[in-house]
Design a protein around this ligand. Structure first.
Ligand SMILES: *Cc1c(COP(=O)(O)O)cnc(C)c1O
Length: 388
C-alpha cells in the first residue's frame, strides 16, 4: 500500500502542498474566507455575474416552476425544454449551427476528444493546454502529441507526421497565462493537413470578441475555420456547466457517443434558465467589457512600473511571473496579510520554474479595489527585495 503520509510530506517539503480555503460569502470582489474579509483577485467571475441580483432573483422565481434537480440524464428523461432553449440561444450567440450542453467543462473536453477519435488517430495539443484537454487526449485511444506553446510551425511539423484522423486542440485564452492562441495560423495549418481544429474558450466567452463572442470572434474567424468550440458557463457566465458548438451532424454524433454526455445527470433546468438570462447580459452590457479593458490597462501600466514581470496578456488573466514556488507562496501570503486574496499557481498546474501570482480582474472590481491591490503589490515587492 502506498504511504500517503509520506507522499504528503514530500509535497509539503517541495512547497507544493495544496489546501482548500473555506468561503462563506458569495463569489465577488469582496469575500469572507477562512473567517476573514478579503478583496479577491482570483476568481474567474470576470463580468461580476456570479452574484448578480437579477440572476439571483430569476433563480428564486424559476425554482418555483422548475424545481431544483435535473433528475435524469438527457437521453433518459432529463432533457428539459430549458436546456433546449439555452442550446438554441447559445447557437445563435456563437454563430454555430448547433450546440450541446454538458454538466462541466471538464466533462465536455473528455467527451468531445474521446468521442471524435479512435485507435490509430492523433490528438495534437498545445503544451500549456488546460488539464481537462490533456486528460481528454490521454483517455482517448488516440496517440497524444504536444507542441511548443502557441508555435504554429511546431504544430505544422506534428501535423505533417501524424497518422489517422487528426485533432488539433487548444485553449483559446490560456488559463494560467492569459494569452491568446494564434488561431488564424492554426486554422490554415489544420486546413492544409485536413485536421479538425477544436478550441476550448473557457476564458474567452463573455470577455473578448464582438459582444463577448470569444477568441474565434476576436481573431475574425468563424465556424469555417474553427469547426468546434467549447465554452464553460462557470466563468464569465457566472453559473455552471459547459457547451460544445459545431455542425449539426457533429453535435448529433456527440449525443450518440460522448460518454460524459450520456452517462450523467442533466444540469438542473433552473440553471439553464438563469444562464439564458446571463447570456443576455453578456451580449447586451458592453460596459462590463469596457470596464475590464480599463482595469487591465491600468493594472499593467502600474505593475510594470513597480517592477513585476508581466506576461503578454490582453485578458483579465494577468499573471505576475515569480519562478520559484516558495517565493510565489510567500508573496501570496504577504498580500493576504494586507487583506488581498491572490493565489500562487505552482507546478504541476504550470511548468516547473514558472510559479506565479495569478491575478484575475473582474468588471465588478472598483477603482478602490484596484488601488489597494497596486499599493499592496508595491509594498510586498519592496519587502521581498529587502529580504532576498
Ligand atoms: C475551467 C476550465 C475548464 C473546466 O471547466 P469546468 O466547467 O470548470 O469544469 C476547461 N477548460 C479550461 C481552459 C478551463 O479554464
Amino acid at each position: 500500500m502506498r504511504d500517503y503520509e509520506k507522499a504528503l510530506d514530500q509535497r509539503r517539503a517541495q512547497q507544493l502542498y495544496r489546501q482548500r480555503r473555506l468561503l462563506v460569502s458569495p463569489q465577488g470582489p469582496e469575500v469572507r474566507i477562512d473567517g476573514r474579509s478579503l478583496i479577491a483577485f482570483c476568481s474567474n467571475d470576470y463580468l461580476g455575474l456570479a452574484n448578480h441580483p437579477a440572476l439571483v432573483e430569476t433563480l428564486r422565481q424559476e425554482a418555483e416552476r422548475l424545481g431544483v434537480g435535473g433528475g435524469a440524464s438527457h437521453l433518459v428523461c432529463g432533457h428539459h425544454e430549458e436546456h433546449h432553449r439555452l442550446e438554441e440561444a447559445l447557437a445563435e450567440f456563437t454563430g454555430y449551427p448547433a450546440v450541446l450542453l454538458f454538466s462541466t467543462g471538464y466533462m465536455a473536453n473528455l467527451g468531445v476528444i474521446s468521442a471524435l477519435t479512435e485507435r490509430g488517430d492523433t490528438v495534437i495539443e498545445d503544451r500549456l493546454n488546460h488539464a481537462s484537454l490533456i486528460d481528454g487526449g490521454l483517455l482517448s485511444r488516440a496517440k497524444l502529441q504536444r507542441y511548443a506553446h502557441a508555435d504554429v510551425e511546431a504544430l505544422s511539423a506534428r501535423l505533417a507526421a501524424a497518422e489517422g484522423e487528426k485533432l488539433v486542440v487548444t485553449d483559446g485564452v490560456f488559463s494560467m497565462d492569459g494569452d491568446l492562441a494564434p488561431l488564424a495560423g492554426m486554422a490554415s495549418a489544420c486546413r492544409r493537413h485536413d485536421a479538425l481544429l477544436i478550441v476550448d474558450d473557457a476564458h474567452g466567452f463573455g470577455v473578448i470578441g464582438h459582444q463577448g463572442r470569444g477568441s474565434v470572434s476576436r481573431c475574425d474567424l468563424g465556424a469555417d475555420e474553427v469547426p468546434v468550440v467549447i465554452g464553460t458557463l462557470g466563468k464569465a457566465f457566472g453559473t455552471a456547466g459547459a457547451f460544445v458548438a459545431g455542425s449539426r451532424s457533429l453535435i448529433d454524433y456527440l449525443i450518440q457517443s460522448a460518454r460524459p454526455y450520456i452517462y450523467t445527470t442533466a444540469m438542473p433546468p433552473v440553471l439553464a434558465a438563469v444562464t439564458r438570462q446571463s447570456l443576455r447580459l453578456i451580449r447586451d452590457e458592453e460596459w462590463r467589457r469596457e470596464r475590464l479593458r480599463y482595469l487591465i490597462r491600468i493594472f499593467r501600466e502600474e505593475v510594470q512600473a513597480i517592477g513585476f514581470q508581466l506576461m503578454p496578456s490582453e485578458t483579465p488573466i494577468q499573471p505576475l511571473l515569480v519562478g520559484d514556488s516558495g517565493r510565489a507562496l510567500a508573496l501570496s501570503q504577504a498580500l493576504e496579510a494586507q487583506g488581498l486574496l491572490v493565489t500562487a499557481i505552482r507546478p504541476p498546474t504550470v511548468p516547473t520554474g514558472t510559479a506565479r501570482l495569478r491575478v484575475t480582474l473582474s468588471a465588478a472590481h472598483t477603482d478602490a479595489h484596484l488601488e489597494q491591490l497596486l499599493a499592496a503589490l508595491k509594498r510586498v515587492y519592496r519587502q521581498q527585495r529587502v529580504t532576498q
